[in-house]
Design a protein around this ligand. Structure first.
Ligand code: FES
Ligand SMILES: [Fe+2]
Length: 453
């Protein structure tokens, strides 16, 4: 592809090649069109189950959700349910949430802490390592039936940068062969120092890929989220594509959109950003073009003073949105103060529904000058100490997820887009170079569906 089509320029043209900010080499995924049928057909959904969900590495949750031996949480994917737990030796383990006796679901709540798992049907007991500890009335079983003492069926599990990944394929290659992000990229954010402070799952009327697609570009900001125009550069975005369907976009924040006519006035949106960072807008001297840099300098000094260890982060990471896609169904909004882990979970039976599963991770800082950033949209009174893992909130279909204005706007839009995609009049998406992350994601999906991975 010729350079004239590469619309993005680096956010920092001076970034050295080995910097985490450096622009990745362009990956040319062509100009082909995918069939719209993948967004609504049951047949495609079944293929995804057989070829994608049961074969790809999937982010189950943050490692921080398991603190003590016996802590566990349940990760549901399609019709399957997986228990992820920490055993007595503090190894992360994963098992199908199924009792080997007669198939009852073993764990019925979302999370907890236990020394063993007891089945509610006939009280068989299993250790944190999955071994069968007790069979009720064992003497009434003929030895042939329980000769191999039935264990929980284990699932492959790996940890990376404070995240727990599982894979339902016992023959899956190691995660390192499938996660295409640059070395040290996720680690730089120290997700292991953060804690879950909010977990909301809402059900939306769209295919899970309609969800991924919408969150993988900022091309729609001017139309759907016009309020962001004075504080986000939706056109100076740097887009990086990585192997195995991973990608990211760096969206400069505290910088006006080039679509704005007035590029210099510090308007209420930018004043808000200045105040939100902890500075006084009344004392701010520069014009709109200097706000982003001033916030970076302020945050850098504060981090040094409080010993927050931002040394591994470049200035852009202190202000900008580094939205990072982990194939197939996760995007993480990465910030030094916290991270927003978004999982686009397929509905078990309906291709036109998905679960938007969001975890807000926050790194608690013991200093009165330090406030939780507003992008987190945390309700008044949220406990951000990280001492107690909050319960998962569920927002049923049709209700607003209450995750802030931007996400409310997306949740209203997506079911409408889904209806249009399903029309006989729609022939499949036409992606611009602002939407190459979508093309990159679908190309990788196609490789799984074709059985190439
Ligand atoms: S099904 Fe679990 S003990 Fe019987
Ligand atoms: Fe959006």
């Amino acid at each position: 592809m010729s350079a004239q089509f590469e619309y993005t320029s680096p956010v920092n043209p001076d970034a050295p090649e080995d910097s985490l900010e450096a622009r990745a080499p362009y990956i040319d995924n062509g100009t082909g069109q995918v069939d719209a049928e993948r967004y609504y057909s049951r047949e495609f959904m079944d293929r995804e189950w057989r070829r994608l969900w049961t074969r790809a590495w999937l982010i189950a949750g943050p490692r921080a959700d398991l603190q003590e031996p016996g802590d566990y949480f349940v990760f549901d994917i399609g019709r399957e349910s997986i228990i992820v737990t920490l055993d007595d030796d503090e190894n992360v383990r994963a098992f199908y949430n199924v009792c080997p006796h007669r198939g009852n679901r073993l764990v019925l709540n979302d999370m907890g802490c236990t020394s063993q798992f007891t089945c509610t049907f006939h009280s068989w007991r299993f250790g944190l390592d999955g071994a069968c500890k007790t069979i009720t009335d064992e003497e009434t079983f003929r030895p042939g039936v329980i000769r191999e003492r039935p264990k929980l069926t284990s699932v492959k599990v790996e940890e990376k940068a404070g995240l727990i990944f599982v894979n339902l394929d016992p023959d899956a290659p190691p995660l390192a062969e499938r996660l295409g992000l640059p070395d040290g990229y996720l680690e730089a954010y120290q997700l292991d120092k953060m804690r879950t402070v909010r977990h909301v799952v809402s059900e939306w009327g769209a295919n899970w890929k309609t969800g991924v697609d919408a969150f993988y570009e900022v091309y729609h900001l001017h139309a759907v989220h016009p309020q962001t125009a004075t504080v986000m550069d939706d056109f100076g975005t740097q887009i990086d594509l990585y192997p195995h369907g991973c990608s990211r976009m760096i969206v400069p924040i505290a910088k006006k959109s080039p679509r704005e006519k007035d590029q210099t006035t510090v308007d209420p949106g930018l004043e808000y950003m200045i105040a939100e960072a902890g500075m006084d807008p009344a004392e701010f001297q520069g014009d709109a073009t200097t706000v982003r840099k001033a916030i970076q300098t302020f945050k850098r000094e504060r981090a040094d003073r409080l010993g927050l260890g931002y040394d591994g982060l470049v200035d852009g990471q202190l202000t900008d949105s580094w939205a990072t896609g982990v194939f197939p169904n996760v995007q993480i909004g990465l910030h030094p103060e916290g991270a927003f882990l978004m999982k686009f979970m397929p509905h078990p039976t309906d291709p036109e529904r998905f679960f938007y599963d969001t975890i807000t991770l926050y790194r608690s800082v013991d200093d009165p000058s330090f406030k939780t950033p507003d992008w987190m949209g945390l309700p008044e009174g949220t406990d951000v100490s990280g001492e107690v893992r909050p319960d998962k909130e569920f927002v049923p279909y049709g209700e607003k997820p209450d995750l802030g204005l931007v996400l409310d706007q997306d949740s209203e839009l997506l079911p409408v887009v889904q209806k249009g995609i399903r029309s006989r009049g729609f022939k499949g998406p036409l992606w611009s170079e602002q939407e190459i992350r979508l093309r990159h994601f679908h190309r990788e999906l196609d490789r799984y569906i074709a059985g190439e991975k």
